[in-house]
Design a protein around this ligand. Structure first.
Ligand code: ADP
Ligand code: ZN
Length: 739
């Protein structure tokens, strides 16, 4: 027998199947992780078996080496995972081995982590009498007799400190016998008990619609915040388990809190496995093995959990499907949604996408019939949506208020605090940094390495560059005009906190931003402290509090609704709508109705008008018309090619050359009737023209979405392959940022 094997080396030169002989007596199947001699020196390398056949397929006389051994007794890759990786290699133009590596825990490779075994001992003959001069040996035997069953050695040592030598002696005398079993290291999360609620009529209807989906079909569950999407997920999973199939649930990394996981654990107990970045190496390895060995048919995890080795995959759920974190920013640059679609098509399962603010693309697909649209239009229990009022900051300014808070927000805050309720104040992280400038001459303090305004940090009275980390003290006078009018602008969370203390002295506040959640657990700690009522006001950037329920929060303030809206990106309307909806969904999750105050300088902006009444379909119609007018995605696709170099002049020279070559390749790939598909090819210095001392140049391509798109993408990928040289940074299809 022969095996086609891919060697676990990430290099284009060896990224293909090599043929090996399977020695007599070795059971090798596709998906097996094996050791093999490789290259001139026959160095022992790891590899993955792609297929097995009786013929080598090689010409006579070609020497074929033998596989040495299997690393695990089970196959580490499922047949459909191998097929998926092969598809990814084509679709994302990546190494096969890089795709395969996404499907197994890193700890498995190189055997860096081993399974943990627990030693147990038991009385060889429970009926036999035991006499010994050793006091501790007698105690060990007595303990085992009392317990009447085998005990873990660690447990005995906990009862009888210093029992280790006695246990060893007893084993030697064969009074005790031993064996061992595998223990799975498991992450901890609270499993809060929750009664299984009776479904609302809408939920029940949604469940029936999911049930009626055909194999491989995708549905979009559009449900307003608080409409009970999670309960629908839980029931769908239950149905899936009843058919003996497995399920994968994806949530954004940030939402993978013990609270979220606890909800699933309460329903499904040990049948769930969790995969996220905060697991220890041992936990990650063991959770993966519990999935692979069929002990956990339900997987909950972030983006990469879409690759989990669930056999007979009946259902994939992607919660908050609009989140950008489902797009991988590193090679292979896959989108979890595309992988999930592929997987359910192969397994005959179903894909359920859920959101209160679906991505434009998903809703577009739902309306055009390629996804089934399922709706939850009402909140559970008839809880009203929060009332949203708008504070017109222009009017505030004209009436002499140039503070951070509008009088409306102040009065609502006061009422909220008086009633002993909690409030959340949101600031936008992006584009709202506190830059430093001179009121006299307008000079803006920028980083020496990067073309970016530096951000003021009050705690250190210093300015910092968020792109390269450079830092310097706040100058006392303007470096440009020498006048002492240097001043920082914009609002940071610290400043909001400071103003709260001025307006409501003694109020307990907590702050959540990149500074306060520097280490991993801080995020969780701050939120649970807030949940326990240890602070009345939570101040944070937009990402806070996903997946958390704070029943006592009745007021949400959006300090500056415009900052995302004015961001120079075609998605800013979509992002603003998503952000405002998610944020208002935080208010009034319990019996008390919620209130939201949005502060803005453009109260009549259509996006804000739709966000105010949580009218997603209305917003969609408005936004899709804008996109169509400008031929933005989903009607087109952006591709960005990024170059960088020390010498600006030669970089620009090279950039222009690249642009010409790429355009020629694209035009050829598009063919005669496709010339109009190339809507834009713009070669220019990147918006951030310099980072960390290196100049940056970009070529931005906008392609009409037609049936010729795959050809065009191939041309782009081929271009990338043939230009992997100095200064060529990357090609991004559908870049998340345009910097
Ligand atoms: P969404 O994810 O759509 O924002 P959730 O699933 O978090 O909404 O549900 C909102 C709240 O309603 C939760 O507290 C949940 O426990 C509760 N809930 C969901 N379904 C029901 C139901 N059928 N009956 C009673 N309470 C429910
Ligand atoms: Zn910098």
């Amino acid at each position: 027998m022969f095996a086609k094997v891919i060697v676990d080396i990430a290099h284009a030169a060896v990224d293909r199947a090599f043929t090996y002989r399977i020695p007599e007596g070795l059971d090798v199947r596709p998906g097996q992780h094996v050791l093999l001699p490789f290259g001139q020196g026959d160095h022992v390398k790891e590899g993955f078996v792609l297929s097995v056949s009786e013929e080598s397929g090689l010409e006579d006389g070609v020497t074929v080496k033998d596989i040495l051994s299997c690393v695990e007794p089970y196959t580490v890759l499922l047949p459909d995972q191998i097929a998926l990786a092969e598809w990814m290699q084509e679709a994302y133009h990546c190494l096969l081995v890089d795709a395969l590596r996404l499907m197994i825990p890193a700890q498995l490779r190189g055997s860096r982590i081993h399974e943990k075994r627990e030693r147990i001992v038991y009385l060889t003959d429970p009926a036999a009498d035991f006499v010994s001069k050793s006091h501790i040996q007698t105690e060990v035997v007595t303990l085992l007799k009392q317990t009447g069953q085998p005990m873990a050695v660690t447990d005995i040592k906990a009862f009888l400190p210093g029992a280790a030598p006695a246990i060893a002696a007893l084993l030697k005398k064969r009074v005790l016998s031993e064996s061992s079993f595998t223990v799975f290291r498991r992450p901890e999360y609270g499993s809060r008990r929750e009664d299984v609620p009776e479904l609302t009529a809408e939920q029940a209807a949604a469940l029936r619609e999911v049930d009626a989906l055909s194999p491989g079909q995708t549905a979009l569950l559009y449900g307003v915040t608080g409409s009970g999407k999670t309960e629908v997920y839980l029931r769908c999973i239950e149905a899936c388990l009843q058919q003996g199939k497995g399920a994968i649930v994806l949530v954004p990394e940030i939402a993978l809190t013990p609270q979220t996981v606890g909800r699933f654990a309460a329903r499904f107990g040990d049948r769930i496995a969790v995969l996220h970045s905060r697991l220890s190496a041992g936990e990650r390895f063991d959770e993966w093995r519990r999935i692979r060995l069929g002990k956990a048919p339900i997987v909950i995890g972030a983006r990469s959990a879409v690759f989990a080795p669930v056999e007979d995959l009946g259902l994939v759920i992607i919660d908050e499907e609009h989140e950008s974190s489902y797009q991988s920013e590193i090679t292979p640059r896959y989108h979890a949604l595309d992988i999930a679609r592929r997987r359910v098509k192969a397994s005959g399962g179903k894909l359920l996408l859920g959101s209160a603010t679906p991505s434009l693309l998903s809703y577009y697909r739902a309306l055009s019939g390629s996804y089934k649209l399922i709706e939850l239009r009402h909140r559970v229990g008839g809880r009203p949506l929060p009332t949203v009022s708008v504070a017109d900051m222009r009017a505030e300014f004209l009436s002499g208020n140039n503070g951070i808070f509008s009088s409306l927000l102040l009065s609502k805050l006061e009422a909220c605090l008086k009633q002993g309720h909690q409030a959340m104040l949101f600031l936008n992280r992006r584009g709202y940094s506190t830059f430093v400038s001179c009121r006299g001459c307008g000079y803006v303090l920028t980083c020496d390495n990067c073309d970016i305004a530096m951000t003021y940090h009050k705690a250190q009275n210093a300015v910092r560059c968020h792109y390269c980390g450079a830092r310097k003290p706040l100058p006392a006078v303007c470096p440009n005009c020498g006048k002492p009018f240097i001043k920082y602008f914009g609002i940071g969370t610290e400043q909001v906190e400071e103003q709260i203390q001025k307006c409501f002295p003694g109020t307990a506040t907590v702050r959540m931003d990149a500074d306060t959640v520097a280490h991993r657990d801080a995020y969780e700690q701050i939120l649970s402290a807030f949940g326990r009522g240890e602070a009345q006001i939570l101040i944070g950037t937009q990402m806070i509090a996903k997946g958390h329920d704070f029943p006592n929060v009745t007021l949400v303030g959006v300090i500056a609704a415009d900052t995302t809206l004015n961001f120079p990106d075609y998605r800013s309307g979509e992002r603003t709508f998503q952000l405002l909806t998610q944020v208002s969904g935080r208010a009034g999750r319990d019996k008390d109705p919620g209130e939201v105050v949005m502060q803005t300088y453009v109260p009549d902006h259509p996006v804000l008008r739709f966000a105010r009444v949580q009218d997603y379909p209305g917003f969609y119609q408005y936004e899709i018309a804008q996109r169509k007018k400008c031929l933005y995605p989903p009607f087109s696709l952006f591709i960005r090619l990024l170059l960088s170099g020390e010498n600006e002049e030669s970089l620009i020279e090279r950039g222009k050359e690249y642009a010409r070559a790429l355009e020629a390749d694209l035009r050829q790939a598009l063919g005669a009737e496709g010339q109009g598909d190339l809507l834009l090819l713009l070669a220019a210095p990147a918006p951030i023209a310099r980072i960390a001392g290196l100049s940056r140049y970009q070529i931005l391509v906008k392609l009409l979405r037609t049936k010729r798109l795959p050809q065009a993408l191939h041309a782009v990928y081929d271009f990338e392959t043939s230009h992997r040289e100095d200064g060529f940074l990357k090609i991004e299809i559908n870049p998340q940022d345009m910097f």
